[in-house]
Design a binder for this molecule. Structure first.
Ligand code: GTP
Ligand code: SPV
Ligand code: MN
Length: 615
């Protein structure tokens, strides 16, 4: 079937697409047809985002052995997927920004000219969906019709991607209806790169050794090949909402950021505040987004855990939305004591990827419970016992869950025009140097703080866990254009906002003592830091100005009930000028690669820091 010989006798793929199309937009139909003629799927499905569609696809996948249905009573409507053991994280070395000019992608991105990349991709996509179903997945990033909202379509041959996209985005007919002729929308194509020849049996997790995650910011396109995993395959997420959207934002005066979004209400005054925070992958965004304060006085509500879009509003303030509709969260370390809100959120309707299966048909991972089950099936499908000498869940195993199941969800998530921001946090995983919290001396200094974030590598990216690397704004793998221009754009936005700009802070939950233990308890106790941040925004505390920023003055940080040793507190805020100056040298080297595209302000900020440290 599907060969050219029979094409004339039966409906052509173009006929099929036109007959089944759930839109009249000729532009959409032409693009879908073009992709189908290239990839040659066996069938085509226009997704409507309905429960029936979900039920049909999950049933098919369970029957095919590519999903395991979890116990209906323990975890209703939930499934476990096990990836190929080599397809477990984003692949940054296979990720490309294909702008016309190499300099526009900048030194921190892999680059190839659009035409060259298309020439390289074409033979790969040629027939890549043979024997498979091609799904057309329309989605909205943000509430349909919202001021900051953008629309897109993902074409994919992965039913796993379709299910995840239904959770992660507002997927279906209303998004497709929003894509009107001539309007701006993002075209994304994904293939697992594993065509099935006639009679060939499928595997549970098809993928290819050859992987390409490619972005064409000038034509608003994404082409992804060879991987079924998260950020490589759910193209709404890192590919569109960060890499493509960051370029759209640069051109249109807004920002696409790797940030959580949180609402805080002072329970005494009833005044509400909104805060975003950019931390690198697997550095605590989901956890902070679901913060359960350990101190009284604050109600915390969740709006987003991974991506925020920021846009100046008519009143001159900076507004934010979470463009997503679900969480694709890190499973390990997520437990009743660390993140009870996440545990409650995933009561059902959840897709788990690469976690362990319990004997009663539920899921488990390291850190889920204190007691470890006697027997499990590990993430690769093998028997596991506590003395196996290996982890049961992959360190980058994930849960995909609808945001609307979050018990702490703020109504603001539905807000068409977003929420006004009061504070922006930058952080990373730093055993040394970076204090628990510091307020920037100005917007420009805050941009410098963001630009100089370094963090120890986690399992969310391929490579050596623990290795320190620069991750400016937690956007190193996600900025779709020259990082120096991006800093310039942040500086511009700051000028536009003036004194209505949110205040910028630096935080670090991960500082360690000489004995290697975390000095700060983290998690719910991060509310103590957030409390100081908001009081600082309000001017209720004045802090103590140091060479690296303003830190809490003695007594300002609420530490009651914590039993934090004096020495640990001192170490959390210790500033060693020698190691800061050594880091400043590395910053100079890091900045140098951007040549004359580096904003002069960044050089001035570095000089200012060195001057303050030396005096
Ligand atoms: P991505 O989804 O990859 O972008 O990650 P994320 O930033 O949302 O990370 P997440 O909140 O899932 O946290 C990743 C890991 O960091 C988990 O294992 C958490 O348990 C751990 N973690 C989060 N917050 C804290 C904290 O305050 N202190 C410590 N020590 N660990 C934390
Ligand atoms: C991250 O790595 O920052 C994630 C997971 O949030 S993924 O969607 O795979 O990029
Ligand atoms: Mn992320």
């Amino acid at each position: 079937m599907g060969s050219n010989a029979t094409a004339e006798a039966v409906l052509t793929i173009a006929d099929l697409i036109r007959d089944q199309a759930t839109t009249e937009n000729a532009e959409v139909i032409a693009w879908v047809t073009e992709v189908a003629e290239l990839t040659k799927p066996e069938t085509v499905v226009w997704c409507d985002g309905s429960q029936d569609e979900w039920n049909r696809i999950t049933t098919e996948m369970v029957e095919a052995g590519s999903l395991i249905r979890l116990d209906k009573n323990l975890r209703p409507g939930s499934y476990l997927a096990r990836s190929h053991p080599a397809d477990v994280a984003r692949v940054e070395d296979r990720t490309f920004i294909c702008s016309e000019n190499e300099a526009d992608a900048g030194p921190t991105n892999n680059w190839m000219a659009p035409a060259d990349m298309k020439a390289e991709l074409n033979p790969l996509f040629e027939g890549s969906m043979r024997g498979r179903t091609m799904y057309i997945v329309p989605f909205s990033m943000g509430p349909v019709g919202g001021a900051i909202t953008q629309l897109g379509i993902e074409i994919t041959d992965s039913p796993y991607a379709v299910l995840n996209m239904r959770i992660m985005t507002r997927m279906g007919q209303s998004a497709l209806d929003g894509i009107t002729p001539g309007s701006e929308w993002v075209r994304t194509v994904h293939s697992v790169g594993a065509p099935l020849e006639c009679g060939q049996e499928d595997v549970a997790w098809p993928c290819s050794d050859t992987k390409y995650i490619t972005h064409f910011p000038e034509t608003l396109e994404v082409w992804s090949y060879g991987s079924g995993y998260g950020g490589n395959a759910l193209l709404s997420k890192k590919c569109f909402a960060l890499r493509i959207a960051s370029v759209m934002g640069k051109n249109e005066g807004w920002l696409a950021e790797h940030m959580l979004l949180l609402k805080l209400t002072n329970t005494e005054t009833n005044k509400a505040y909104h805060l975003t925070a950019a931390f690198p992958s697997a550095c605590g965004k989901t956890n902070l987004a679901m913060l359960q304060p350990t101190i009284p006085g604050w109600k915390v509500e969740t709006i987003g855990d991974d991506i925020s879009w920021l846009r100046p509003g008519n009143d001159g303030r900076l507004y934010a939305i979470n463009p997503e509709a679900g969480f694709f969260g890190v499973a390990p370390g997520t437990g009743e004591t660390t993140n009870p809100v996440a545990v409650e959120t995933m009561w059902g309707n959840t897709i788990f990827t690469n976690v362990a299966l319990t004997d009663d048909g539920d899921v488990w991972w390291e850190g889920k419970t204190n007691e470890v089950p006697d027997h499990l099936i590990d993430w690769q499908g093998n028997d596991w016992t506590p003395d196996s000498g290996r982890v049961a869940a992959h360190p980058n195993s994930r849960f995909t869950v609808p945001i609307q199941q979050t018990p702490t969800l703020a109504q603001d998530w539905y807000e068409q025009n977003g929420v006004p921001l009061d504070a922006i946090l930058f952080g990373g995983r730093r055993a040394t140097n970076i204090p628990l919290v510091a307020k920037s001396l100005s917007w420009e200094h805050g941009v410098f703080m963001g630009a100089t974030v370094s963090s120890e590598k986690t399992a969310a990216q391929e490579g050596t866990v623990g290795e320190l690397r620069r991750d400016p704004f937690a956007m190193l793998p996600f900025c779709g254009y020259n990082m120096a221009d991006y800093w310039g754009h942040w500086l511009e936005i700051g000028k536009k906002l003036g004194d209505k700009a949110p205040k910028i802070f630096q935080v670090n939950w991960f500082r360690k003592g000489a004995d290697g233990r975390f000095l700060w308890p983290g998690f719910g106790d991060n509310s103590r830091v957030i409390d100081w941040v908001i009081r600082s925004v309000e001017g209720d505390v004045s802090g103590e100005t140091t060479s690296i920023g303003t830190v809490p003055a003695a007594g300002e940080l609420k530490l009651d009930g914590l039993n934090l040793p004096e020495a640990d507190l001192a170490e959390l805020f210790a500033i060693d000028p020698a190691s800061w100056l050594a880091e400043a040298d590395l910053t100079e080297e890091f900045f140098a690669q951007f040549g004359d595209r580096l904003p002069a302000e960044m050089t001035a900020q570095l000089a200012g820091l060195r001057g303050r440290l030396s005096s």
